[in-house]
Design a binder for this molecule. Structure first.
Ligand code: ADP
Ligand code: TZD
Ligand code: MG
Length: 580
């Protein structure tokens, strides 16, 4: 009688006879190495455990996590910081889905990454017969990621890896899903045949050169502007063309405004920085050049405060992005490097038409605002507020500009972004386009592993809760990461009141008396519990200098922080007031 339960190809039944035979897992590792990938982030179990062991055996780094979402956040951050896809390895079903949240988030943020997931035997999944961790993963992933492929045969693995790699980094970068079935991972081949399959792609991320006409149009418009501005987004940071951006700004004398993750591309305190004059730029600029920034909700989708007569130049790689919210007068479709090369060449000898009062006006406005802001940070309030705590964090981080700053929360995000100046490119990673919580530990790990640099993660207490268990990964891998938790006891603050009578905590209330430092102790980190700005300054200085895993529990007042941070205007409760 035929059995219908296993449906496993014959080749997976026999164990390979090493060293002459290998499995699909070996081919996968070799194919990843052939495209230059040296690190995998993940969480193992059936059917991918041996992929991770094989990776280590073949000289790759495997960073093992407590939750797949964080491994994915690490891979995504690795991709953003290095321009090479970060790789995430997950098991089937829930492991796959836990990781997919990060792969989807990477796609939204235009970070290159590849999620590789083992998947169960196809036939019982397709017939819904109920198999171990059975889920039609490929179809779940499609629509949420930039590209998704399934590999059924070991011979196809190198092609699949190269396709995933090309899809992740070419054009607009994004997350790619690679589904590899259990039989394919376990299939046995002769090593000599397997090795012959491996190849390195030629020109996997080809330049996209803008048309001459588009460059001409953009330069003409820029030169005609009386009040031009350059707006830098995280696409500009990703592109790693720091010198060209500096040259464009300094040779034209046009003021620039960096989006959150573009901070540091030019020093925040540069004389042409308009970081403290956002409203003036929006209301008054007549020509704005967007470089690797989308005119999305973070920029009021081009409406609201923006000068209705203002015109936009947009340097962008994805043609569909243009005009999606507001007509763009001068789109330049190309990769930022090619576009800047062409623009800088065309700008030679072109006379700018800038109003001579424009830059000095922004500079004097910035001077006044910066002084006022600094005053606020210098009040040593105890119990600490976000501001008094940030007064200390600012001092330490600005004294250590090569530390990568990871940042999430509501008030903790907004206030840190506004307080801490950045001086080097790609040194700030935050919850980005979707404003999601739960990237902190993963991103900190990805940043430390990908760059070898020290990392400080400034986390709201709620934000930390989403990824906190992976602090253990920071400790296990002995990474130079300091986690700073701003504990105000809740989402936005710790003073929410349950309007009912059951005595349960309010929906926004967490644990203002929690001692997060003790959590760090459990994993062997150096920990601190601080209640004053001076203690915080000393602790953070020491922690950063140690280059070891550290955790600082920063006790804030429960009433520090306002609902929804700086984006309260998006909260429906502010449109339809909630009355008890
Ligand atoms: P921010 O949130 O900082 O404003 P966004 O994520 O909205 O930045 O925008 C980044 C933009 O940069 C995306 O539209 C993306 O397509 C674009 N981009 C990314 N890399 C490149 C590149 N190398 N060349 C051109 N555009 C790029
Ligand atoms: N879940 C996810 C995945 N993303 C989210 N953005 C939220 C929930 C909602 N949310 C925010 O938008 S900010 C935030 C949540 C839960 C946490 C704010 O509290 P915090 O920071 O402690 O991190 P502050 O300093 O108390 O504001
Ligand atoms: Mg909080």
């Amino acid at each position: 009688m035929a059995t219908t339960t296993q449906n496993t190809p014959a080749s997976t039944n026999a164990a390979p006879s090493y060293p002459n035979q290998v499995t699909g897992m070996y081919i996968l590792v070799k194919a990843l190495q052939a495209v230059g990938i040296d690190t995998i982030y993940g969480l193992v179990g059936i059917p991918v455990t041996e992929v991770a062991y094989m990776a280590q055996k073949e000289g790759m780094r495997f960073v093992s996590f407590r939750h797949e979402q964080q491994a994915g956040m690490a891979a995504a951050t690795h991709g953003f910081l290095t321009k090479k896809p970060g790789v995430l390895l997950t098991v089937s079903s829930l492991g796959f889905m836990n990781g997919l949240t990060a792969t989807t988030n990477a796609t939204v943020n235009c970070y290159p990454m590849i999620q590789i997931s083992g998947s169960s035997v196809r036939e019982p999944i397709d017939l819904e017969q109920g198999t171990y961790e059975g889920l039609d993963q490929l179809n779940v992933a499609k629509g949420l990621v930039k590209a998704a492929y399934r590999v059924n045969k070991p011979e196809d693995i190198p092609t699949a890896v190269v396709r995933a790699y090309r899809a992740a980094i070419s054009g607009r970068p994004g997350g790619v899903y690679l589904d590899i079935t259990t039989p394919c991972l376990g299939a046995v081949m002769d090593k000599a045949d397997a090795d012959k399959l491996i190849f390195t792609p030629v020109d996997p991320c080809p330049s996209v050169v803008p048309s001459d006409a588009s460059v001409e149009r953009a330069v003409k418009l820029l030169a005609s502007a009386k009040k031009p501005a350059i707006l830098l987004g995280k696409g500009a940071a990703y592109a790693q063309v720091d010198d060209k951006i500096k040259q464009l700004i300094e040779s034209t004398g046009i003021p620039f405004y960096p989006m959150s993750m573009a901070k540091g591309l030019m020093p925040d305190n540069h004389p042409l920085s308009a970081i403290s004059a956002r409203s003036t730029i929006m209301e008054e600029a007549d020509v704005v050049m967007l470089i690797g920034a989308r005119l999305n909700w973070l920029l009021s989708r081009g409406h609201g405060k923006w000068n209705p007569q203002g015109q936009f130049i947009q340097l962008e790689i994805q043609p569909e992005e243009i005009d999606c919210n507001r007509p763009i007068a001068a789109p330049v479709i190309g990769d930022i490097e090619s576009s800047l090369d062409a623009i800088l060449a065309k700008l030679q000898g072109v006379k700018m038409n800038m109003d001579p009062t424009w830059v000095p006006g922004i500079q004097s406005e910035s001077k006044v605002k910066n002084a006022k802001f600094l005053e606020r940070l210098q009040v040593p309030t105890v119990p600490m507020t976000h501001w008094s705590a940030l007064g200390s964090v600012k001092k330490v981080l600005e004294a250590n500009p090569d530390v990568i700053l990871i940042n999430e929360g509501a008030n903790t995000l907004d206030d840190t972004r506004d307080s801490v100046d950045m001086f080097l490119p790609r040194h700030r990673v935050d919850c980005a386009t979707w404003a999601i919580m739960g990237m902190g530990m993963g991103s900190a790990i990805g940043a430390a592993v990908a760059t070898g640099k020290s990392v400080v993660a400034v986390e709201g207490d709620s934000a930390f809760g989403f990824s906190g268990m992976d602090f253990s990964t920071i400790c296990r891998f002995n990474l130079p990461v300091t986690v700073v938790i701003f504990n105000n006891g809740g989402i936005y603050n710790g003073i929410g009141v349950n309007p009912g009578e059951d005595g349960d905590p309010a929906p926004t209330t967490l644990d203002v008396k929690a001692r997060y430092d003790k959590l760090g102790e459990a994993f062997g980190a150096t920990t601190y519990y601080v209640t004053t700005p001076d203690e915080l300054f000393t602790a953070l200085t020491e922690a950063v200098a140690s280059k070891k895993p550290c955790l600082i529990d920063v006790q804030l007042a429960a009433d520090s922080g306002k609902e929804s941070g700086h984006i309260g205007y998006l909260n429906p409760a502010t449109l339809i007031p909630f009355t008890v």
